[in-house]
Design a protein around this ligand. Structure first.
Ligand code: FAD
Ligand code: SF4
Ligand code: SF4
Length: 400
């Protein structure tokens, strides 16, 4: 257990610690520095400046790579209305890889009401074990009961790695559990690997406005926790012949269900078009479209291919298309089979949202546009000529 204290016999009352504490947690009582534990975050900023080593901080750390009893890779099996969300299959795909590298089992955590039969799908998608908390009081997602249960499971079963989707539920749930455990959390990962030398989880995510990819390690605490962007990892395929694994039922008490919030009604967001995250084909437009009226032309091509319309932030900021279409760092991450980038230059903040698409077709009149660096096929020319021609040809071909 972590702790901090000032050794009274050593403190000379110099107040250096008071000045450096970013949380105002240290006060002088006469000539003695006193730490208010309700404010202290154990950041450690006061330890080094103390000239007489009077402050002792013990984070309860474990040395990196040291043998400990945490074992296994867990995936939070997010469900809505009983439907397992597709991001979970991507997490199971990544989790299987990580579990193989660590030589451990892959488990899913399923919390909800009447969701037991969904465990079968998780087994078929690669889970060796499913931890199930099934209770009518867990029908709707609520932060407090879900975080309480996840925390309890982590403390009891001690996984080494816990992954959740970087969805609105995942982003709300898992920081609460990480704080309670306590451990670190890397949000919005786009890459996960095991470091072969230390066995640590290398968690990669865009940082500093998407200009660099940062790789983050959680060396001293377990589990290593990460939220993972949707449509970045490969889904674990469903194997209908895979036998069911172990189902571990987790008890749910009334105390577990206590919450300050009640769900009165669930209102589904109505999107104008198909959800771009789920679309197999996306035809995206940028500033090169020159105005909102030309997005109809992209809509034609998208319609011919059964796809959806996406956009760069420049097009969204100009008010040409709603934000729900935006692809990129501050928009959605997509991974369609085909991504058409029309009149989009290929700024890094756009690329982080679409560069893992299977096929990228770039249409741009500037042959030096950075989008061509990631494009599978590059069409240099005027999009106002090329896009209608593509639509015509695809319609013709698909009609045959
Ligand atoms: P431009 O860069 O202006 O490119 C327009 C392109 O159209 C040019 O390459 C031009 O050659 C081409 N063109 C012009 N006319 C034609 C024509 N007739 N035919 C063919 N080609 C033509 N951007 C995003 O997209 N998504 C994000 O989520 C995002 N988040 C951001 C977050 C931060 C913190 C910051 C700082 C920026 C973010 N951006 C994001 C903005 C990003 O940096 C770029 O400014 C933006 O992506 C540029 O959009 P664009 O490619 O449409 O426009
Ligand atoms: Fe302040 Fe950080 Fe020292 Fe706690 S550890 S008293 S928060 S400087
Ligand atoms: Fe005491 Fe060290 Fe703080 Fe100075 S820096 S007041 S010696 S605890």
């Amino acid at each position: 257990m972590a702790s901090i204290q000032v050794i009274g016999d050593k403190c000379i009352g110099c107040k250096k610690c008071v000045k450096v504490c970013p949380f105002g947690a240290i006060e002088m009582q006469g000539k003695l520095a006193v730490i208010d534990l309700s404010k202290c975050t154990l950041c450690g900023a006061c330890v080094e400046p103390c000239p007489v080593e009077a402050i002792v901080l013990d984070r309860g750390d474990r040395p990196a790579g040291a043998a400990d009893d945490s074992r296994g890779v867990w995936v939070f099996a997010e469900q809505r209305g009983g439907e397992i969300q597709s991001v979970v299959f991507e997490l199971l795909g990544a989790g299987r890889r990580l579990a193989a590298a660590r030589g451990c089992e892959l488990a899913a955590v399923l919390i909800g009401s009447g969701v037991e039969e969904r465990a079968g799908l998780l087994f078929r998608r690669g889970a060796d074990k499913v931890y199930l908390a099934d209770h009518p009081g867990l029908r709707d997602y609520r932060d407090e009961p879900y975080a309480r249960l996840l925390t309890r499971m982590i403390r009891e079963y001690k996984p080494e790695i816990v992954l959740t989707g970087a969805t609105s539920i995942g982003r709300s749930l898992v920081p609460r559990a990480a704080v309670q455990v306590p451990t670190g959390l890397t949000a919005d990962c786009t890459g996960l690997e095991i470091d072969p030398s230390s066995g640590l989880l290398l968690q990669t995510r865009p940082a500093f406005g998407g200009n660099i990819m940062a790789t983050i390690k959680c060396e001293h605490h377990r589990p290593q926790m990460a939220t993972v962007r949707h449509k970045v990892m490969e889904e674990a395929p469903e194997d209908p012949n895979r036998p069911a694994g172990e189902l571990v039922r987790v008890s749910v008490t009334e105390a577990d269900l206590a919450s300050r919030t009640n769900v009165l009604e669930t209102v589904k967001e109505i999107e104008e078009t198909v959800n771009i995250v789920e679309a197999d084909v996306i035809v995206a437009g940028g500033r090169g479209l020159k105005g909102p009226e030309h997005f109809a032309m992209l809509g034609e091509l998208a319609k011919a291919l059964g796809g959806a319309v996406g956009a760069s932030r420049a097009a969204v900021d100009a008010g040409w298309v709603p934000y729900s279409h935006q692809v990129g760092q501050t928009g959605k991450t997509v991974k369609p089979k085909i991504y058409f980038a029309c009149g989009i230059s290929g700024a890094i903040q756009h690329l982080v949202g679409m560069s893992s698409s299977d096929i990228i077709v770039a249409v741009n009149k500037n042959p030096d546009a950075p989008i061509f660096n990631v494009a599978t096929y590059g069409l240099v020319g005027d999009l106002f000529e090329i896009v209608p021609e593509l639509t015509r040809r695809f319609k013709e071909t698909l009609r045959r």
